[in-house]
Design a protein around this ligand. Structure first.
Ligand code: SF4
Length: 258
């Protein structure tokens, strides 16, 4: 599917009406603790026709890390860009045809509508409610959750996304929850990201907390750069167990280009 850069008809997204009805119900609640509980339900369990809007871990990420997408790869502001063909926000270092997040959206028919509903949810929740609902999810889960990663697919669209994640992180940091992301939106003002860790995934500007880049296996690394622990442990050590990209302090990271 061709990139849309966010220009798509929301009303055509599968399941959007059900999500909208859930949000109307939530907006009509008079007790804020009911609001938080209902949003935590959406994040954890979803609604009719949708699984929860948070996921926990994947092949590379430990289950103690929650993942929330602010948008899809198809709608990513940096989709199908490069150093020579940049978008208004940035430039992706991964060729469009190799983008895993985009591949998932045409291989699994539920992936794109779900991510679009995540974007809708993101745009319709304030930072305080998102953070409080997330903390409620952490309380309700049987297993430990100590980290949240934003944007497994897509990227930051504008400074409001940065400010909102930062407001959430300010609240979550007080509960020992780490917040991190990767972004190729190098043209945005990242000085707002004071409370979460930003891995800069292109080398076109100096932003965020470290460079995160892909290099051919066996390359000599520049000073101050280390290989990704997942790659060099053959998948034994997952993100979350390794905190190199989660901590603000620490070296630049290279993943192996296959
Ligand atoms: S360096 Fe660590 S935190 Fe970063 S991607 Fe690799 S395993 Fe994950």
């Amino acid at each position: 599917m061709e990139p849309t850069y966010g220009d798509y008809e929301v009303s055509t997204v599968e399941g959007i009406e059900t999500l909208q009805q859930e949000l109307v119900k939530i907006n009509n609640m008079s007790d804020y603790s009911d609001v938080v509980e209902a949003v935590s339900d959406l994040l954890m369990n979803g609604h009719d026709g949708s699984s929860g809007y948070l996921s926990f871990g994947n092949n590379k990420i430990a289950k103690s890390t929650a993942i929330f997408n602010m948008n899809s790869a198809t709608d990513c502001p940096n989709a199908d860009t490069s150093e020579n063909e940049q978008s208004d926000t940035g430039a992706c270092q991964v060729p469009w045809e190799s983008c895993y997040a985009h591949k998932a959206e045409y291989m699994y028919p539920n992936a794109l509508p779900k991510r679009r509903r995540q974007e809708y949810l993101w745009d319709n929740l304030d930072a305080h409610t998102f953070a409080k609902a997330f903390l409620r999810v952490v309380e309700r889960k049987r297993s430990t959750v100590d980290t949240i990663r934003f944007s497994e697919s897509g990227d930051f669209r504008h400074e409001s996304d940065i400010i909102k994640v930062n407001s959430i992180a300010k609240i979550l940091n007080n509960h020992d929850i780490d917040v991190y992301t990767y972004s190729a939106s190098h043209k945005l003002d990242w000085s707002y990201a004071t409370h979460f860790t930003v891995n800069q995934s292109n080398g076109l500007a100096d932003y965020g907390d470290r460079l995160f880049t892909a290099l051919p296996k066996g390359s000599d690394l520049p000073d101050g750069m280390v290989w990704c622990a997942y790659d060099i442990s053959d998948g034994e050590r997952k993100c979350g167990e390794c905190k190199l990209c989660i901590n603000k302090e620490g070296p630049d990271v290279a993943i192996e280009l296959h």
